[in-house]
Design a protein around this ligand. Sequence first.
Ligand SMILES: *Cc1c(COP(=O)(O)O)cnc(C)c1O
Length: 453
Amino acid sequence: MEPDRQTRQAWTAAATAFVDDFVSGLEDAPASAHDAPVPADLLAPPPEGPGDLADLLARFGDAASRAIETAGPRYFAYFPAGGLYSSALAEFLSQTVNRYTGIAGPAPALAAIEQSVIRWLCDVFDLPAPAGGVFTSGASIATLAALHAAREDRLGGPDPRGTLYVTAQAHYCVAKAARIAGMTADQVRIVPVDADLRLDVPAAAEMIERDRAGGRRPFLLVATAGTTSTGTVDPLAAAGDLARREDLWFHVDGAYGGAFQLTTRGREVLAGITGADSIALDPHKGLFLPFGTGVLLVRDQARLRAAHTATGEYLQDLDRDTWPDAADLGPELTRGYRGLRLWLPLHLHGVDAFRRELDEKLDLSAHVHEALSADPNLEVPLAPDLTVSVFRSPDGDAATARLLSRVNDTRRAYLSSTRLDGRHTIRLCVLSFRTHKSHVDEVLEIIHDAARP
Ligand SMILES: *Cc1c(COP(=O)(O)O)cnc(C)c1O
């Protein structure tokens, strides 16, 4: 199982050749092929004896090609990030050295590198010490950890009277986290949204007051900095004021939108996010990382730690005081060394490279909104807060579904849809670092063509 140097080089050369072909092919790769049949031999069990790497790479490449081209420049569905090559390289490096980083003691300098990124993110959101945070697999686990910490902090633990407040536009990971945490559906209070789909703060205040009078114990208000359907940003400053007034933990779901805090325009749109008790971020969205890296930031790291800390007698040899142990800040113990996936790209490309990419996406999105709004065959119900544009056919749901199929069937672009006010609505998100003006102009032309009666 330990290849000699020559074999190692041959394997790595084969893998990098595969990767080079893949990346060079992205500009013209079909935007979707997930409807291609799945070859039955992919279900074959592993052989007793050794296989051939070239064969296996070919099999993997074929399987990967039968997919939505989520890495490509004309992927506009859900939240396209692309997947930075430098981050994939970081993963190769950290998996090779295979240091143990669930607890900091066995590799303290690697824990320090990870902390440097967490601290930088805290600075981006103006969260001074004692703020902190942890890398997670994504925003869902970040949200679960935040909800658990909020409940421990405000209620001292599970309480059937405890209630949290969230809008119907929030990501379902909030309700899912509540369910995993043992809360019943009626403990998740759905706050109405206004005509622009933003959290209605006065309505939330009324609900909280009524619930408290009825013997409930409100403990958490969740606002979204960029909703999944429309990219809409809740009134974060007013929501934060309400939470503080009512002594609720204020969590901001910035899985998609949080990264725009790096830009001047983003800071304006996200004003008030710096008042959060916790913020969920998804670097695998707004910071272009490959899938699998989320972050939870907290205003007071001790509260996150108090909710998650645990130990075993077999850990008695380790220093557990110098650096925060990731295991004490979330549900995981052993985990990949996620921090390098963000540290290497940040240090290699520089922060300004990220800022410029995000600014470009804001410009492109404004351009998309303008072009779609000018098309007499389309209805555009909302202007984008960040980089999600929504539109539909004025002729109803079936016509909108047909329009989406016509666009995606070209295989030159891939978009997804949602429901707004009960109506089928197409969404177009510009977020990949690989997406530039030419790609946006191409998809706009495809949409105008497909919308023509
Ligand atoms: C994507 C998303 C989530 C879920 O994040 P995962 O990383 O998929 O777990 C949560 N909230 C919002 C607003 C999202 O866009």
